[in-house]
Every structure is written in structure tokens, then in C-alpha cells.
Design a protein around this ligand. Sequence first.
Ligand SMILES: C[S@@+](CC[C@H](N)C(=O)[O-])C[C@H]1O[C@@H](n2cnc3c(N)ncnc32)[C@H](O)[C@@H]1O
Length: 777
Amino acid sequence: MARGKGHRRGGRGGGGGRGGDKGDDRGKWETITPAMMINEGFEEFYKAQGLLSSEEWEAFMTHLRTELPTTFRVTGSRAHAITINNLIKDKYVPTMQNVEWEGKKYPPPQQIPWYPEGLAWQISAPRRVVRKTEPFKNFQRFLVGETEVGNLSRQEAVSMIPPLLLDVEPHHLCLDMCAAPGSKTAQIIEALNPHHTESSGLLIANDSDYKRTHMLVHQTGRMPSKGLVVTNFDASLFPNISLGDENLQFDRILADVPCSGDGTMRKNIEIWKKWSAGDGNGLHGLQLRILQRAMDMLKPGGRLVYSTCSFNPAENEAVISAGLNSRPGQFSIVDVSDHLPLLKRRKGITSWKVATQPEGSQGPLVYHESYAAYRERVESGEERERDKDPKRGLPETIWAPENVAELGLERCLRLFPHDQDTGGFFVCVLQKSSEAKSSAKLSVSKATDAEEAPAVPVTAAAEEEDSASTLKRAASPSAPDGPESKKARQTPASSKLAKRQKRDLNFKEDPFSFVDPTNEEIVSIQNWFKLKESFPREHLLVRNEYGDPLRTIYLANAVVKAIIENNDYSRLRIISAGVKAFVRQDSQNRTEIGCKWRIPGEGVAEVLPHVGEGVVKVATIEDLRVLVEHAYPSIELFRKELRDWLVATPLGNILMRFEAGEGAGGNLPLPLVLPTWKANTSMSLLVDKREKSMLSLRTFGEDICKPAPQRPKPTAGDDVKPESNAEAGAEAGAGTEVGVEVDDGVVARGEEEGVIFGGEEAGAEGEGEGEEAAMNA
Ligand SMILES: C[S@@+](CC[C@H](N)C(=O)[O-])C[C@H]1O[C@@H](n2cnc3c(N)ncnc32)[C@H](O)[C@@H]1O
């Protein structure tokens, strides 16, 4: 476990960089010398495995010693992704046709041929060329901006494969066992909800590293879903989840396990220095336990994808063999040779060598023909002393089993760097027989219990609203002493279960409870947005025990609701659930506000289908231009028709729909729905600064956003105070950086019948200021 979690290689264990993670060494490429990319043990070990012919060996090593091309994916709902993709194809690629640097020509970015719909790209020009040449530099600015707002995701090409082979359908119940930082999680969410319409499916994104679960929350905020739950568990001990009468079983599970990461040497240069044969051996046990746990939680007929970015058979075929043999007759390896036909892949192997380096990573490799031969050496003192304890030495499952030829290992996928200029990867798709016995009927008391799990580091206190909620409750209109709260207090989701399930007292996140739909705050939301009968008002969730809508209200789908109601949140170590649907925007004192709640950008797609007639104000591209150009545009600046309407409209959150078309020097390829805030004399976009700039670039071809006017410091007696971290308006989010580990500064995008939704939640900086200014304006 220890190595799996905090593995220091910069590979796939923990904080290291790969597959869209940001901790890679590529920025340092210019300072890397050939001498830094030598590891004799590595070469000897992999030559001995016979993975490649001697003719290919040089090409393999040369690629490993060459900077990895930058690759990225266009994310989000399909129609929106296609719009962004066309922008890359039609606007940027033509400008990069003949780029030359130091006498050498470099090709423009190219679509990765095997990726569906051409939505993934590769930039082969090295980073220094990108930095130094104007056309690439310009494109790089676009990439950085669109990545920040969540329209693009930098991800290693081979890392995009596992979710594609998982074959997710919108109704599936899915588990991503080792999910952080979340690049594959985002792909699964997209597959669950390709058009951002109703999704009944579920994705539990789990990681054992507490801090990294917060990265996950941030990443997934860019692709919000009411069917998403983030948990913090050792995947090998992932608990059974009760749905009341039966335990949850998954249709799809991704086990993208912690590994030695030697397939990422092209970007994690450190691995060259530290690689040892022991790395893979040391991870085999944890990888196998994670796989076995996945096997047991999968529905009969379900599909499971196991992946690593390691070449090492100890982490790959050996784990698969041991998993299959531990559940005889229940699983088979799926032949996916007809999927992604343009992807060059090699077959899995059926014989491999097991080696140790008893004298450390620089010492000679020792090969062991069999487990028995290895144990003999251990007993004679020639291996590590600690291996004498069979529990600490190598497990027998690292060696190929006797029935290796019958397991279908050749149906595994091995990806090599020299085949299509990528990193190295291993993928195996497993299918559970529909005749396999189901374990869904297990009772909760028999479930793998939280107490059995090894301690998971809990380093940060709860971040969400309730650190402040105890104080606020006293002033809240639905404080626990009111009749409403009493009712809620009697039935919080967690206390109903307290008797049956033990709480994990080490878990410091806030509890969940569902809000009584007759709560006056919910009624006010319902009235303002004219929510239709179809709106699932029973699925509104808050992060306190009392069902009090204090600052943020989340929306969950039916299966997420069932999970929360039937399991103690601390036992499942739930970090987040559902999507932010409403955020309190007001000061208690502002009586003229029509509704104190607004829909944050990430909630727009989920709430929009349920808002009543007249709630969405149809506007034009001219109106959009005014909103983009000015931070708090005066109502006077808008067209007469809109101006008159605004004057007659109370203060509050207004959803604006801008129709597709050309005008005002811009072009909107798809209709766009954005949240705005109507103040006394102005109306502003509730969109992060960065997102606004990117929207401006996309729509008007340039950044027309003017800086916000300096606001005088509030003086005593001002009636508007920022209420919370999560609430802010146009200015909030300034300075948000790619990949910052905050649950803020995220953007939501969606599409329903070709509509794009956009908007922005507050950023980490300047919180509350924009809102306050907007409200005062
Ligand atoms: C290879 S990375 C996952 C990358 C991720 N799937 C993605 O595509 O962005 C492995 C992850 O496993 C996590 N991890 C390590 N040991 C684990 C365990 N026992 N249970 C669950 N997660 C674990 C690490 O914190 C790390 O985030």
C-alpha cells in the first residue's frame, strides 16, 4: 500500500505526472543530457522479457529518450466539442503550416488518427519550438486558456484508451477506482452524458489520496454531473455500498492502478535514474487486490478495464493471470482487436521472467526460474533479509501460472512508444460471465467495512460550507430551532443509519442531508425559476446534518440519492456528491432581491431543462458583446427592448440565451445559455474572467473584456457582505490557474439539442467581490 499511495517515482502511484497529471518533467527537457537517460538494469530486464525483436530495440530506446509530444483532447458534450474542434482545424492549424526553427520544419498539430471523431490532437513540435515561434505561441495561448476553462484536457494519448474500451452507456453504474487527477474520469462522465441531457447513470470516482480527491473534485467540476460521487478509499478495500435491499454492483469498472510508471519515462525523467526491477514486484500485490475487489463488485455481464503505464509483466499479465485464476470461470479477456482500428497495439505475452535486484537499483539483476527457486535463495540469505517473511517477499502470483496459455493473455493490449510516438501502456478488458454469481444480495453488515481499511491520510479539514454553518444556523431562516429544521433533524440521511453502520470518526468532511422540498428557501427558488413538475426537488442535497440550505444546494440523481440515504457518508468517505445547483447570492438584508439564490455555471445544464416559461431571457449577440466587454454594464448600454425588460425585472439571477448567428463583429456557432446577475442599474455575466476572455476570443476573434472599474472600499454600514467562498460574480476567479487544487474556478458546459451552456463558479481569489460590486452597481 505504501508504495502505491505515495510512490515517489513520479510514475502512477501518487503525485507523479502522467495521463493528464501536471507533475511531469517535460518542462526541463532542455536541461536533460543523454547521460541522464541510461539505466542498464532497465535495458537488460526488458531485453530479457523478449517483448521486442532485436531490430526494434533501438527504435524503442530512441523513442524513450525523445521528448514526448504534447497531446490533448477536446472535452465536453459532443456538439460543443465539435465546435471547438472546428475552431482548431479551421482557424489555428492553417496558421501553423510552415513553421521553421533553426533550419528545421515542424508540422502543425495533427488529429490522433485512432481517436473517435478526431477529437484528440498531437503537437509534435518540441516545447522550445512552441515557445519560440509565433504561430505555435499563439496556439499555445489558446490551448492554455481553453484548458483552464475546461474545454480542452491535456492528456497522454495512450491514457485516453482505457475509458474508450470501457464502452460506457448513459445508464451504466460505473466506478473509477484510482481516479485522480481525473483525466479518465472526465472521459467516463462524457460517455455517461454525451449530450448533457438526463443521465440516470452513476460514476463513483475514488482515490486513496485525500488531497488528490480534491483535485478530482476540481477536474470534474468542469464536467459536472448529478450522477457523480467522489470518494476517498483504498480501492482494494472499497466498501460494499447498500442500496437498501441489495448492494450496489457496477456495470463498468476502471482499475487504472498505481504502478511503477516506466511507460512514462519520456516525461518523467527521474525514472531513468531510479528504475529497479523491484518496483513492479513491489506493486503487484496491491494491484492484484484492487483487481480482485473490482472483480467482486462487477455485475454479472459487466465490463472491467485494468490498466497501467508500465511495461513490466509483473504489473500486467501476472496480475491479470492471478486475478483470472482467483475467480475461475467467472471472467474472460475481451478481444477488442476490432475497436479503435487505427490504434497500433501489440498482444499481451504468455511467458515472462521474474527478477530482483537484492543489492538495490544499481545492483545486478537476479532472475528466478520459479517461485521455489526464489524461496531457496531467500532461505540461503542471498535475497533481502525481509523476504524471509513470506508475506513480505515476492508472491507466487508474479510468476506465470501453469495454465498461462489458456487465459487468453494475447488479447491484452501493449502500447509501445515507437509504434505511434506515445508513452508506454498496458490495457486489459475483462468481461464477467453473465452466469457468474452475483454478490448484490450481501447485507450491509457483511460488507467490507471502513474499519478494515488501512488508515487513509486525512490531512485537511472540511472545506465546504459547514465550517461556517454552525454560526450561520442561528441566523438562518430555517435554523434548526424552527419547525422545518426540527423535521429535517429527525431524518438526516446519516442519522437514520447511525445504528446500523459505524461512523468513520477520522473522516472530517461534512455530512449530507436532503432538503425538505417545502423548505421556504426551496419554495423561493421554485417560484423564481418557475421550476416545472419534472424538477427532482426531492433530490436537493446540502452539506450539513439538518437539511438546512445555507449556502450551496446540490442536485443528485436517483441512484446517488439512494447511496446517500442508505450508507453513512463517513463510512463511504464521500468527498462530494452531485452537482452544485443553487448558490446563495444575497445578503440577508437585501429585501428587494427577487430570489437569494442563483444557478452557478456548473448547475445550468442540469437545472435548465426544468425551468419554466419566460425564465430564460432570449438575447442577441449584440447583448452578448456588451456583457463580455464590460464588467458591470449599465442597463443603458443594452438594446431598448432588453433595457425596458431589465428595468421592470427585480434583482436576481437571470439565465440569458444568446442565439446562434453572426453580428456585432462576432459569430456564435451554437446557441449559448449563460447565467447573469441583474443588479439595480446594471447586469453582468456570472462568468469567470478567464472564461469571459476565452468566450470573447472564440466569439469576437479578440479579447474585448475591459477590466472591472476599481470599487471603493466598503464603509461601515454598507449592507452587502460577501456570504461565502462559493459566491461571487463576474470578477471572481481572477488568477485561477490550470490544475489548482480548489473546488472553485470551474466551468460548466453542456449541450442539449445543440445548445451550449456556459458559466462560472467563483474562483479562489476575489471571492464575493464581483457579486458585491454587481449588486451595488
Ligand atoms: C495512475 S494514477 C490514476 C490516474 C487517473 N486514473 C487518471 O487518469 O487521471 C493512480 C492513482 O491511484 C491512487 N492510488 C494509489 N494507491 C491506491 C489505492 N490503494 N486505492 C485507490 N487509489 C490508489 C493514486 O493516488 C493515484 O492518484
